[in-house]
Design a protein around this ligand. Structure first.
Ligand SMILES: C[C@@](CO)(OP(=O)(O)O)[C@H](O)COP(=O)(O)OP(=O)(O)OC[C@H]1O[C@@H](n2ccc(N)nc2=O)[C@H](O)[C@@H]1O
Ligand SMILES: Nc1ncnc2c1ncn2[C@@H]1O[C@H](COP(=O)(O)OP(=O)(O)O)[C@@H](O)[C@H]1O
Length: 273
């Protein structure tokens, strides 16, 4: 069976407090975007993982797809499998690509081998693989709080807008990014801003707290955000712990032309939501 794990972006990201377990409480709206990997799982004589496309750093044995398989195989009898991943989503990019691969592996195994796991059970397995993973089970716009694994519905409507994502090939580690943050409670929450203000008013209001600590060390990312506004974005932000920057554009703006304006050395993707 084949599926297509997609990326996410964060609309606003407040890092509110540091927890005693070393993790942070956050508040952020997660939005699926259609930048996608391709994932195939087939029964095989032994369990193996292979990937094509963008090189995934680290040992293939510790790939999140394999971790997801072993997590489920411990609790449910399952055949050994060959896992094949075409890696297209930039890595360590604030787009949750690895987390999407992990959660889509859980979903694919559940479907393929008729494990009959409900969404809540899949989310709970996903949480054991990473904070970004549970979101990709439902994979719909949602407000995430706590460590990013507690969900609340949110009224967000980007209908009629377009999105452009640009990744400047700078890899930022998530733990390192959190370590640079001074947590704070915002005056207006992400949910209040998104639900009560129109998108044109988000500039100046809706913040990603990682920008303040990452931009001074990486002016190229800060410039990318400025360039997104110069190109006509109504709102622009870094996603998650970076370094991908997205811009939201009005529906009638020439997105393909705008995309061409960004360096060819960057990975780029534009998609209607
Ligand atoms: C920042 C966010 C925002 O969506 O995404 P990315 O930018 O990585 O996509 C997430 O919180 C990232 O989630 P994820 O990448 O799954 O992180 P994990 O593997 O669970 O944790 C990696 C490390 O990040 C830190 N961490 C993670 C989540 C959290 N709420 N507080 C933390 O302090 C911890 O130091 C942890 O050891
Ligand atoms: N299938 C996978 N795809 C991408 N990264 C993976 C995968 N499995 C494990 N990883 C590891 O996860 C880290 C990056 O995860 P990723 O989800 O791309 O980051 P981010 O959430 O910042 O976008 C890398 O260190 C990479 O080695």
């Amino acid at each position: 069976m084949i599926s297509f794990p997609n990326a996410k972006i964060n609309l606003g990201l407040d890092v509110i407090s540091r927890r005693s377990d070393g993790f942070h409480n956050i508040s952020s709206v997660f939005l699926p975007v259609d930048w996608k990997d391709a994932l195939e799982i087939v029964p095989a004589a032994e369990t193996t993982f292979e990937s094509y496309g963008i090189h995934i750093p680290g040992n293939p044995d510790s790939n999140l797809c394999l971790k997801a398989y072993h997590l489920l195989a411990k609790d449910y009898p399952m055949p050994t499998v060959r896992i094949i991943l075409e890696k297209i989503i930039p890595i360590g990019a604030g787009l949750g690509g690895g987390s999407a691969d992990a959660s889509f592996t859980l979903k694919l195994l559940n479907e393929q081998f008729d494990l009959q796991l409900e969404e809540a059970a899949l989310e709970s397995y996903a949480a054991r693989l990473g904070s970004d993973c549970p979101f990709f089970i439902k994979n719909q716009p949602i407000l995430a709080t706590g460590t990013g694994i507690t969900f609340e519905s949110v009224n967000v409507d980007l209908l009629g807008y377009q999105i452009l994502l640009v990744n400047p090939n700078i890899h930022i580690g998530t733990a390192e990014a959190y370590a640079g943050i001074s947590p704070r409670v915002p005056e207006l929450s992400v949910k209040e801003i998104i639900e009560n203000y129109e998108i044109k008013a988000w500039k100046g209001l809706l913040k990603n707290d990682f920008e303040a600590s990452i931009f001074p060390n990486h002016p190229e990312i800060s410039k990318l955000k400025e360039d997104m506004y110069k190109a006509g974005a109504v709102y622009a932000s870094m996603s998650g712990s970076g370094a991908t920057v997205y811009g939201i554009f009005e529906g009638d703006q020439k997105i393909e032309q705008i995309k061409e304006g960004f360096s060819d050395s960057y990975l780029k993707h534009s998609s209607l939501l």
